[in-house]
Design a binder for this molecule. Structure first.
Ligand code: AMP
Ligand code: GLY
Length: 418
């Protein structure tokens, strides 16, 4: 069986390493992949958004199954085009991917179907948004409607900051067309939990819970990033909360999408906040999270490719998805300066006695050596019997990797282990 994975980050590397475990897999192609992924798959120089070329490649290389991992191609309809050409895919079609592609869609869906989330208003006119802010409770949260590389959310602690956010998004158009509309929503408080799920539109199977660390610096300080590290399972996600989420959030979301004629098949990611009034949805993503995938997949016992094929064939109810009882920790090593300006091109040295899984996100290969090429460079991922041990092990392994100006947080999971 030939498999093609669209994407180029640490998440894609983790998916590829996992599907390699399936004995029926012949060739794995990564489009475009990266210098590290090249050790586990054949990298092809076709970008994640070059859908036409992806389809051509799939046809001429006898691809049996495609995994579309990033948000952009999903929202642009890569799955629709591949399926039209007869290629089976893991991932939602364009109609369903809108759950991440438009925050206005997601919020209106939750309101219509009584799915708990922050109260909100939608604006397509900046003057009206600013007028509304005069009476809105502060802090408040301003969100660009469309995709914005994870940067379209601004938490404003003063009225001035809030007005500035609206102007930046709607008038200066820093996120382009993604900022034509904004959502202004209630500020919520509580621990955050990421729950990735497999769903074929009929059945929904939550994976082990996790916690992302989005800020660049220790103590949740600094700018928002794509994610600086993760742990799993998330201790704030108790059995009671999990039950509540299943009944009040997960199943209602799948049913809502079906009723809207937008059946979701693939990995639906629930970004949750455990508020004092119960769990609420912060965001939906139409794909695996990055770097959540780098802690969730190492704990998965069931064959990933078989789950993905069953999802595509709407036969998820026939699969018993099992995770082991261990814990995992992932520390992201980034280029100093990320998420702002940073330099690349530095050699990455990884000691031979490394005992962690290394998932490469931003590196190029040259004459057998890896050089940094992105903001997030790699993930160091470990598993152990307890979360404390997994964290200790991850930081021990981080010491075995070096590149110039490397930056990583020293407190991944710290608030979970007391
Ligand atoms: P999002 O891209 O929607 O996940 O938002 C990015 C981050 O902003 C989330 O992980 C939260 O930490 C924070 N955030 C988003 N919405 C809210 C909210 N309504 N209240 C508090 N924090 C929020
Ligand atoms: N880690 C958050 C995301 O993938 O959007």
């Amino acid at each position: 069986m030939n498999v093609m994975v669209i994407g180029s980050g640490g998440r894609e590397h983790a998916i590829i390493k996992k599907i390699k475990e399936n004995p029926n897999v012949d060739k794995i192609y990564a489009l475009p992949g990266n210098g590290g992924i090249a050790q586990d798959a054949i990298c092809v120089n076709i970008g994640a958004k070059e859908i036409e070329k992806q389809v051509e490649f799939a046809i001429s290389n006898n691809i049996d199954f495609a995994i579309v991992a990033p948000d952009d191609p999903l929202v642009l309809g890569a799955v629709d085009e591949l399926e039209k050409a007869g290629i089976k895919c893991f991932g939602p079609n364009k109609k369903a991917a809108i759950i991440e592609g438009s925050k206005v869609f997601a919020k209106n869906l939750m309101k219509k179907y009584n799915i708990p989330t922050a109260k909100y208003e939608v604006f397509s006119d900046s003057k009206e948004a600013i007028k509304y802010l005069e009476t809105a409770p502060i802090p408040t949260v301003i969100k660009a409607d469309g995709l914005a590389l994870g940067k379209g959310v601004i938490i404003a602690n003063t009225l001035e900051e809030a007005k500035k956010a609206v102007k930046t998004i709607m008038e200066d158009k820093v996120f382009g067309a993604s900022g034509a509309k904004v959502v202004i929503e209630e500020f919520m408080e509580g621990p955050e939990v990421s729950v990735l799920t497999f769903t074929d539109g009929k059945k929904i199977i939550p994976m082990v819970s996790s916690m992302d660390h989005k800020r660049a610096l220790d103590g949740d300080k600094g700018l928002n990033t794509g994610g600086m590290g993760t742990i799993a399972p998330n201790p704030y996600y108790t059995d009671d909360i999990a039950k509540k989420c299943m009944q009040e959030i997960f199943i209602p979301t799948i049913e809502a999408m079906n009723k809207e004629n937008r059946t979701f098949k693939g990995c639906l990611y629930f970004g949750l906040m455990i508020t004092k009034n119960g769990p609420k949805v912060v965001e939906y993503n139409c794909r695996f999270g990055d770097p959540e995938t780098q802690v969730v997949l190492p704990l998965l016992e069931t064959d990933l490719l078989n789950i993905m094929i069953a999802t595509a064939n709407e036969k998820l109810s026939e699969i018993n998805v099992k995770f082991n009882n261990k814990s995992a920790c992932c520390v992201i090593m980034a280029s100093g300066g990320y998420p702002e300006k940073y330099e690349t091109g530095y050699e990455i040295n990884i000691s031979k006695d490394i005992e962690a899984q290394i998932y490469i996100a931003g590196a190029k290969e040259k004459e057998g050596k890896l050089y940094t090429s992105g903001g997030r460079v790699l993930a160091v991922s470990t598993t152990a019997d307890t979360l404390k041990q997994a964290i200790e092990k991850a930081y021990k392994e981080v010491e075995k990797i070096s590149f110039k100006n490397a930056h990583y947080r020293k407190d991944i999971g710290a608030k979970c282990v007391g």
